[in-house]
Design a protein around this ligand. Structure first.
Ligand code: PMP
Length: 440
């Protein structure tokens, strides 16, 4: 652990790496770069097939039409687009977002909506408003990496609840809530990504949704339902949102980052009125007002552009990529590897056979020009060592097949290492007691 990650003492001297380390607030200790971000520099080299990043393929947007639309915003609504707006967001945009949400069966009115800078800002505002240091936040295990970073930045006690192929396990959720109550700890909310989970690729079944709502209502705990991928479905039928099934204890988060563009940074939250008022105040202090320009671009897009058709275009493209990944995994991965079969979204969660440490394997995979994200990045504890997240959103199908081919070769080698030396977990280091393997 580096000096700046260590428990910071008041008055502690700065280090050469960071001369300010002794002056940061305690909460800044929880702010560390995610594994996904740390990987970006290497994974984005052209010779590497990256199955690591979760970037939407915005190249599938008709950029000439978008550029015309942006020009019209400036020409026709310039003075409004270039002015301050409000922290709750443009009312006409909020109305259009309600129309957008009807696609998911969500019935909301514009007053219920607060526009946010991506759903990421909603996560930050919710945590800011609800979480004191040491408060418990429950989330799925694994969970979205930047949600972990946000909860950690507010010094939450992050606890995971396991998932199976139907989503979070309600009995474990119940147990975690009971345990926290027994410990006298306050659980502030349960954070879930019910559709095409990032990173798990799992969709919570209808039965589970009902159970999760029942458990959380019984324990009087809020649910934060994060749903950026819901409309990116390549097969199967959608389940009703938790928001539309709950009775006021669900905060719903939406985003246009995956169905339009992450560059425009438009997300939103639906929350009960008193919570919404707090979120608006927190948003005001964080950024005063939203970008009116971006909001008007999105407003015009949702009003004038055939966006439902555009989502079908995205779904055909991502669906083909998902199929390419699943069939390549089936054809090439060594025996003993397992993976999830997402019905939508961007991600597959793959589990390697016993004895393979996915993080230790990473440099060897990069040397073979394939990148993934080790599973440990999606847990606040030490789970996920045998797991990896594979994303199929950005590379073309033939690149995905090539990436899986390289990955399968790396895993084969790793299995040989494991069978020769018993484990690939801890590569022997100088001075360690482990006998050095003869690699000559
Ligand atoms: N939640 C989940 C589950 C995500 O995967 C992401 C983006 N990767 C976000 C929230 C944040 O997205 P944005 O801020 O762009 O809406």
């Amino acid at each position: 652990m580096s000096a700046d990650h260590r428990e910071q003492q008041p008055g502690q001297q700065g280090s050469r790496i960071d001369p300010y380390v002794g002056r940061y607030a305690h909460r800044a200790q929880g702010m560390v770069a995610s594994e996904v971000r740390a990987l970006f520099a290497v994974a984005s080299r052209p010779e590497v097939v990256s199955l690591a990043g979760g970037m939407p393929n915005v190249g599938a947007l008709p950029l000439d039409q978008i550029s015309e639309l942006i020009r019209d915003v400036v020409a026709e609504e310039g003075p409004t687009a270039l002015q301050y707006g409000s922290a709750q967001g443009d009312p006409a945009l909020r109305e259009l977002l309600c129309d957008y949400m009807t696609q998911e069966g969500v019935d909301a009115s514009p007053d219920d909506v607060i526009v946010t800078v991506g759903s990421q800002q909603a996560l930050d505002l919710i945590t800011r408003v609800f979480v004191d240091p040491g408060d418990v936040v429950l989330c799925e295990g694994p969970t979205y990496v930047t949600a972990i970073n946000t909860f950690a930045a507010f010094q939450a006690d992050i606890r995971h609840v396991s998932m199976d192929e139907q989503g979070v396990v309600p009995e474990e959720l119940d147990e975690a809530l009971t345990r926290a109550a027994r410990e006298g700890r306050r659980v502030k909310f349960f954070y879930t990504v019910p559709n095409f989970h990032n990173p798990g690729g799992i969709t919570m079944s209808g039965q589970r949704r009902a159970r999760v709502i029942e458990v959380c209502e019984r324990h009087d705990v809020l649910i934060v339902e994060d749903n950026p991928y819901g409309l990116l479905r390549y097969e199967g039928e959608a389940e009703a949102t938790l928001y539309s099934q709950g009775s006021g204890n669900v905060i719903y988060l939406g985003s246009l980052s995956k169905t339009l563009s992450p560059g425009l940074r438009i997300g939103w939250a639906l929350a009960p009125a008193p919570v919404r008022a707090k979120l608006v105040l927190a948003a005001e202090s964080a950024m005063l007002s939203h970008s009116m320009f971006n909001q008007l671009v999105v407003r015009r897009y949702l009003k004038t552009f055939p966006w439902r058709e555009q989502i079908k275009v995205f779904n055909a493209m991502y669906g083909e990529r998902r199929d390419a990944m699943l069939s390549a995994l089936e054809a090439m991965m060594p025996q003993g590897c397992t993976w999830t079969r997402p019905q939508g979204g961007f991600f597959v969660w793959a589990t390697m056979p016993e004895g393979i440490d996915v993080k230790a394997m990473q440099p060897r995979a990069l040397a073979e020009r394939v990148a993934y994200v080790p599973g440990t990045g999606f847990y606040a504890d030490d789970r996920g060592r045998s797991d990896m997240r594979l994303s199929f959103c950005f590379p073309a199908p033939e690149e995905i097949r090539e990436g899986v081919r390289r990955l399968s070769g790396v895993v084969e080698n790793e299995l040989d290492l494991r069978d020769t030396f018993g484990s690939t977990l801890v590569p022997p280091t100088a001075g360690s007691q482990a006998p050095a393997p003869d690699l000559s």
